[in-house]
Ligand binder design. Structure first.
Ligand SMILES: Cc1ncc(COP(=O)(O)O)c(C=O)c1O
Length: 465
């Protein structure tokens, strides 16, 4: 794993501090390293005794040094670490505009809300307009649609890739359709290239939720850069973490400005925290029906929120993003290991596929129990749970069947047969870099033993008939 040099955090700080302060900082950093190595070192894996999670944060002393460094700065709100993180992420994604947010859910809320801005003229999304999405999803990809009084239109997915069916998107477009907002579920990309072409042809916005998919590419480009806006989550389950956190990113300077406003209370002013008069005419604006020259810092042009992060979160992100390439490789390596080894059970379990030209950074490894299997998904999940192998369903399954959806206004385009199939038969196990091939070997062995046992039981049952 890439480690930063001990002094980097101090040298990069460009802080105006005395030699004494610099030396104290250095001593603290040394102690932090010692502490983290003592307390958070690698834990021994004991088969059958150690819980195998589906996800988790992977860090070393660098992250904690960054966190403590931000603590010592005591700037608290977005500051130098946030600036550094946004720049690094922008470089990684090869996209000019990145804004951090306090979660992936907030990123999704900002992304879709920004498209309702009146600044967008006749392209702005209005009450009652339709947004095409899928029901195999995490709730907060869909919730911004509901929160903005728009109608989600659910189209079905392909059950081997879990990707949205591109033809169905095209067929489901109506006069009211204004946007497409879909997640690259489990890091496995849908065909954002073709969907962005459909969106352009029909004058629709495309928001790519990449909360599970940082590092995933399609045709050599990062997902999230095909459409108008991409979103990310830095919750510990994801490719990199800052505890809570997220980001929105775009190529479009106008959308960037609007999203920043939605994130920062809806204000018209775009000064960074602690700065004044970036526009050079703070007391010379004449906006809305406010008196002429009303302080631009307190002028609001959007129905905004405060969804910014703290510089402590950003500091952890700076250390994590240095490891992103390594994390992506590990996820791919773990996925390939599982896919290769689990071929032994492919009579009973469908293994995941990707669309052509995809290079996923796998968030997890999905398995679908085939209808011909002599067991159900629940049988296998319960068995794995008894062996301390943790699993997850594909998030909300079919979101239209969740309790909170009962009185919501939505429309299903044709059917959600594959969505239901996935809800009933699919689950996923971990691929995150904190796992090892030894652990994954144990997981595969458990699945194999379960399938062999069921097959033998079935064989015996047939013989006795
Ligand atoms: C696809 C997807 N979108 C959005 C989110 C929400 O991210 P957060 O937990 O940071 O709010 C998640 C969370 O895991 C997710 O998987």
């Amino acid at each position: 794993m890439k480690s930063l040099k001990k002094n980097d955090i101090i040298d990069n700080s460009k802080l105006d501090q005395t030699d004494k302060a610099r030396n104290i900082r250095l001593k603290i950093m040394e102690l932090v390293q010692e502490y983290v190595e003592e307390v958070h070192g690698t834990k021994e894996f004991i088969p059958g005794k150690t819980l195998i999670p589906v996800s988790g944060k992977v860090f070393d002393y660098n992250e904690v040094q960054h966190l403590v460094s931000a603590g010592l700065d005591f700037w608290l709100t977005t500051g130098r670490f946030n600036h550094d993180f946004e720049q690094k992420l922008s470089k990684f994604l090869n996209i000019p505009f990145v804004l951090t947010t306090n979660s992936g859910s907030s990123a999704n809320l900002i992304a879709l809300s920004s498209l309702t801005s009146e600044k967008l003229g006749d392209r702005s999304i209005k009450n009652g307009d339709e947004v095409i999405t899928v029901a195999t999803c995490f709730p907060t990809t869909v919730n911004p649609i509901l929160q903005n009084n728009l109608t989600p239109i659910f189209v079905d997915i392909d059950h081997s890739t879990f990707s949205v069916d591109v033809d169905l998107i095209e067929q489901s477009i109506t006069e009211k359709t204004k946007a497409i907002m879909i997640a690259h579920l489990l890091g496995n990309p849908y065909d954002a290239y073709s969907i962005s072409r459909i969106a352009k042809k029909n004058n629709l916005w495309l928001v790519e939720d990449c909360c599970d998919a940082l590092g995933t590419t399609l045709r050599g480009k990062h997902v999230g850069t095909f459409g108008d806006i991409g979103t990310l989550s830095f919750y510990p389950a994801h490719q990199i973490t800052m505890g809570e956190g997220g980001a929105v990113f775009t190529n479009n300077p106008e959308l960037n400005r609007i999203m920043e406003s939605f994130r920062d209370w809806g204000r018209d002013c775009f000064c960074a925290p602690g700065k004044n008069n970036t526009c050079g005419k703070r007391f010379n604006w004449n906006l809305g029906e406010l008196p002429e020259g009303y302080d631009h810092k307190y002028t609001y042009s959007e129905t905004g929120y405060n969804l910014k992060i703290s510089d402590m979160q950003a500091a952890v992100g700076v250390a994590q993003i240095e490891k992103l390439q390594y994390f992506t490789q590990k996820r791919q390596e773990h996925f390939n290991f599982l896919k290769n080894r689990l071929k032994t059970v492919s009579d009973f379990i469908m293994l995941p596929e990707s669309i052509p030209h995809a290079e996923p950074s796998w968030f997890g490894f999905p398995l679908i129990v085939k209808p011909s299997a002599p067991f159900t998904k629940n049988d296998l999940v319960n068995f794995l749970s008894s062996k301390l192998v943790d699993t997850r369903p594909l998030f909300a399954g079919n979101i239209t069947k969740q309790p909170y959806f009962k009185n919501k206004k939505f429309r299903i385009f044709k059917t959600l047969d594959n969505t239901d199939y996935v809800m009933n038969n699919a689950f996923w196990i971990g691929t995150f870099p904190g796992l090892t091939l030894e652990i994954l070997d144990y997981v595969v062995t458990q699945i194999e033993e379960f399938c062999i046992h069921k097959k033998e039981t079935l064989g015996n049952a047939h013989e006795s008939i």
